[in-house]
Design a protein around this ligand. Structure first.
Ligand code: HEC
Ligand code: HEC
Length: 465
């Protein structure tokens, strides 16, 4: 009775009565022990509605990042017929071109079957079964009723911006969202298509042979050319491929402009990729692409004025725009991974931090904690001692200061053993961190000063980020 009274509003008469009763009891020696009062239960804290909404947005963004094709099947199935091509690829071949398998999507029976060899990794039907389980990272495909073909094929952001931790086998493990898939050979995969006429048309009508043998086969693992569909420049002036490395999608919180050459905010680039690169069904507005001198193909094809259309070219619902908010939110939440203890010399790294901030002059552009510039994070090729080619393929004509956290995750994980770096800078031109530092040290205007063990210490610091 008194416990109830305490919890009831306007219950003063009861409270007072109970208190008086307690007083009387304590004065009466014959009344026995005072009953222990029932503790008032602490009410559960009301969840902060903003935090609840944030959690929901995170979950939505993760689903979109991992599994949303934005309706790009119309292109990858309808035009490139990738469903036909992939249905003929066995899992071993798929893994060799860098496709990854999400071990957590595999039921126990499948895990056992792979371990015992009952499920053959050299049979294309196994690829189809894995796709049916939604276990191939970044690929959404639907098996036909017979299990020997695929009725549709589409790609998601995770294809290029996720890998796995190889915990089950090379190429099979837990998802690592945001890690660049530097094993993925996008050119080789696209080259499997039996019909590239849609890509050839978007490149201004180049010949099939040229696209397959001179462009796509030269891309190599971990690389893609997002700008070739805008400017048609598939080669650098020296004749090598104009591709860039796939960058991480982690560690970007607080970084101003995105991509190697700073196209815009995360959400600008996400819309660009979903609509113009993946060929999802959505709006993309960007009058910068009307610059016919810089972006002849984009201007001619009015890419900066793209509206959602179905496979037949008729106006269709926008499957991209409503997802951009959650997608951006999820990417911002992706922390850069921490290097394993023992993968760098911790004492040297402490000394290297002082070099980074001092004589190395690194922190004049790479500012902690983002390790990009705080502010407008763009520099000319001349400032960093390289050519202007890739910079000239962006609206600003500059390079964006790369965020440096999780540099160790720039490795080719499975295609080479032991894993080696897939290179640094937008095109991987520097094979090692020592090459990067030597490069900076040779730029007169930077006046980098490195003495004694400074360079070695600086490299350990970079490995520790
Ligand atoms: C075919 C591979 C591929 C796919 C699919 C892909 N990306 Fe990328 N992404 C790249 C490449 C390559 C770049 C670098 C582009 C450049 O600098 O020209 C990039 C750049 C980025 C960046 C900039 C990172 C930074 O360092 O600032 C973000 C963010 C990003 N992508 C997010 C996404 C999202 C979200 C999706 C899905 C809507 C997606 N990407 C799909 C290959 C891909
Ligand atoms: C003038 C500004 C500037 C200074 C100074 C500078 N950097 Fe950079 N850094 C950049 C830019 C811009 C890029 C991107 C280059 C590209 O896209 O090819 C970059 C890229 C890098 C990369 C490659 C990251 C990747 O993802 O591949 C590393 C590593 C790096 N810098 C380390 C350093 C170190 C170490 C120093 C000091 C010795 C330094 N930087 C000084 C601007 C600078």
């Amino acid at each position: 009775m008194s416990a109830i009274a305490f919890r009831t509003r306007n219950a003063w008469p009861f409270v007072v009565a109970a208190a008086l009763a307690a007083c009387t009891a304590s004065k009466n020696d014959n009344a026995g022990p005072t009953p222990t009062p029932t503790p008032t239960p602490t009410p559960a804290p009301t969840p902060d509605p903003i935090k609840t909404a944030a959690d929901k947005t995170f979950d939505e963004g993760q689903q979109i990042f991992r599994f949303d094709t934005f309706g790009d099947e119309a292109f990858w199935t309808g035009k490139l017929r990738m469903n036909e091509a992939i249905a003929k690829v066995d899992p071993t071949t798929a893994l060799s071109v860098g496709l990854k398998v999400d071990a957590e999507a595999l039921p126990a029976a499948v895990v056992a079957g792979i371990k015992s060899g009952a499920i053959s990794l050299t049979d294309p039907k196994s690829t189809i079964a894995l796709l049916g389980l939604n276990a191939v990272v970044g690929v959404k495909a639907v098996p036909d009723a017979s299990g020997t073909g695929l009725t549709s094929f589409g790609i998601t952001c995770a294809l290029c911006h996720s890998t796995v931790d190889n915990s089950f086998a090379p190429g099979i493990g837990k998802r690592l969202d945001g890690w660049p898939n530097r094993d993925l050979n996008v050119g080789a995969i696209v080259n499997l298509s039996p019909d590239l006429s849609a890509v050839e048309a978007s490149l201004g009508g180049i010949a099939d042979d040229t696209l397959r043998n001179l462009v796509l086969t030269k891309w190599g693992p971990g690389k893609f050319d997002a700008e070739v569909f805008l400017d048609g420049r598939a080669f650098k002036p020296d004749g090598t491929t104009a591709t860039t490395l796939i960058p991480p999608a982690f560690g970007l919180r607080g970084v101003n402009l995105h991509t190697w050459n700073g196209w815009g905010a995360i959400t600008q680039w996400n819309a660009f990729v979903a609509v113009l690169e993946m060929h999802g069904q959505g709006n993309y507005t960007d009058t910068r692409l009307d610059d016919a001198a810089k972006f002849p193909l984009a201007a001619a094809n009015k890419l900066g004025h793209t509206t959602p259309k179905d496979a037949a070219g008729h106006p269709a619902p926008d499957l991209v725009t409503s997802k951009l908010g959650a997608l951006q939110f999820y990417q911002l939440a992706l922390e850069a991974p921490k290097p394993a203890a023992g993968s760098f010399d911790a004492a040297a790294a402490v000394r290297g931090e002082a070099v980074f901030n001092g004589g190395g002059k690194c922190a004049t552009c790479h500012m902690a904690p983002t390790f990009s510039d705080s502010g407008w994070n763009m520099h000319t090729g001349a400032e960093i001692g390289i050519d202007e080619f890739q910079a000239s393929r962006s609206p600003d004509g500059k390079y964006r200061t790369s965020p440096l956290r999780g540099l160790f995750a720039h490795d080719l994980f499975t295609s080479q053993k032991p894993a080696v770096s897939s290179g640094y800078y937008h095109d991987g031109r520097f094979a090692t961190l020592k090459d990067v530092v030597d490069h900076y040290a040779a730029i007169p205007a930077l006046a980098v000063s490195l003495q004694g063990t400074d360079e070695a210490d600086l490299i350990e610091y970079l490995k520790s980020l």
